[in-house]
Design a binder for this molecule. Sequence first.
Ligand SMILES: [Zn+2]
Length: 100
Amino acid sequence: MKNSKKQIAMKRMEILFNNALSNAKNNPGLAQRQAEIAKKISLKFKIKMSFEINSSFCKKCKKFIPPGIASRIRLGSKPKAIRITCLYCNHTYRKIISQQ
Ligand SMILES: [Zn+2]
C-alpha cells in the first residue's frame, strides 16, 4: 500500500531529524547529512514537514540550522510570529505560526 510506505518514510524522516538534532552539537557534519537525508525523504514521498522540522532549515542557504546552535530564534513583534536568523548566511526570516 502506498500509504504505509509513506508512513514508514515519515517515521524514518522523524528519526533522522531527531538524530540530526541530537548530533548537532557534537557532530555538526553528521547532523547536516542526516538532516539533508530527512529533507530528501520528505521531498521524495511528498511528506509535509512539520513546523519544527521545516523551521530548522534556512530558507536561503538551505542548511540545517538547529535552534540555538546554528540559528537564533526571537519572538517577533506580533504574537504568533518568530524571527529566525541563520548563523551560516545571516539570513533572517519571520515565521508566522498559524494553526492548521
Ligand atoms: Zn542560511
